[in-house]
Design a protein around this ligand. Structure first.
Ligand SMILES: Cc1cc2nc3c(=O)[nH]c(=O)nc-3n(C[C@H](O)[C@H](O)[C@H](O)COP(=O)(O)OP(=O)(O)OC[C@H]3O[C@@H](n4cnc5c(N)ncnc54)[C@H](O)[C@@H]3O)c2cc1C
Length: 214
């Protein structure tokens, strides 16, 4: 509980019991908060970034290239100074810069031999404001990739553990279209089948779904 603030009425002095506190409001935290609320838990979401209003704050959504000061290409000097990492992402540009962090304000380091481009968006919704909306399922090939390559620790789960949950989320968010095997997986699956390795077969997808209401 925060102490009462004499010059800020309504701030502090009130004990707010929460059953759950979710840190971050991206796809992960947002989904967790939704589930917790639907189960009746009093849920607090803490978000470090600015508040965004769906629709209203997509300020460049319908802009055409000629409406931007630099026709969408942006200020290269500014990018080099403030966004040397973010600006390497394909989705970064004059229309989207406000959804990416400033690398100058949020620096990080990695070992020299292990560079890592950390693409970040600090705002309500996190990187859901910039993602590409492709909804892949991981196959066992993905779950086993780091073990096969000798990196980190093995995932404690496999595709069959997640399959029903993929379906659960896909129904809610309205994933639509063909359940066809994506090209990369098709190539991997064909290579695996040729080598007799059945563990790398592509996961079965749910049947094709129509867009809700469509
Ligand atoms: C350009 C781009 C395209 C992509 N396209 C796809 C795609 O097509 N398909 C796909 O599956 N994935 C895609 N991804 C990946 C996908 O967007 C991310 O994996 C996903 O959005 C991550 O969600 P998250 O909630 O885990 O993290 P984030 O979205 O990063 O959310 C983290 C949230 O936590 C907040 N936060 C961080 N630290 C704190 C703190 N200390 N206190 C409070 N709040 C904090 C941040 O501000 C942020 O809002 C793409 C990513 C990018 C960058």
């Amino acid at each position: 509980m925060r102490p009462p603030q004499p010059n800020r009425p309504g701030v502090g002095g009130v004990s707010e019991p929460y059953d759950a506190i979710v840190v971050g409001s991206g796809i992960t935290g947002g989904w967790a908060a939704k589930e917790l609320c639907e189960k009746g838990l009093r849920t607090l979401v803490l978000e470090r970034g600015r508040h965004l209003e769906h629709g209203k704050d997509y300020v460049t959504e319908w802009w055409q290239p000629w409406q931007f000061a630099h026709r969408g290409r942006g200020e290269q000097e500014l990018y080099e100074r403030d966004y040397p990492i973010q600006s390497k992402n394909y989705a970064f540009g004059e229309a989207t810069r406000h959804f990416f962090v400033s690398d100058r304000e949020h620096p990080y380091v990695t070992p020299d031999d292990k560079p890592f481009r950390w693409i970040r968006g600090y705002q309500l919704g996190g990187r859901s404001l910039i993602w590409g909306r492709a909804c892949w399922r991981w196959s066992d090939l993905d779950f086993e990739a780091n073990r096969r390559d000798g990196h980190g620790v093995d995932w404690p789960i496999r595709y069959r553990d997640l399959a029903p949950w993929y379906g659960y989320v896909e129904r809610f968010i309205g994933v639509s279209g063909s359940a066809a095997v994506p090209a990369r997986r098709a190539i991997s699956a064909r290579a695996a089948a040729a080598s007799g390795d059945t563990s790398r077969a592509s996961p079965p997808r749910s049947p094709p779904r129509a867009r809700p209401g469509g």
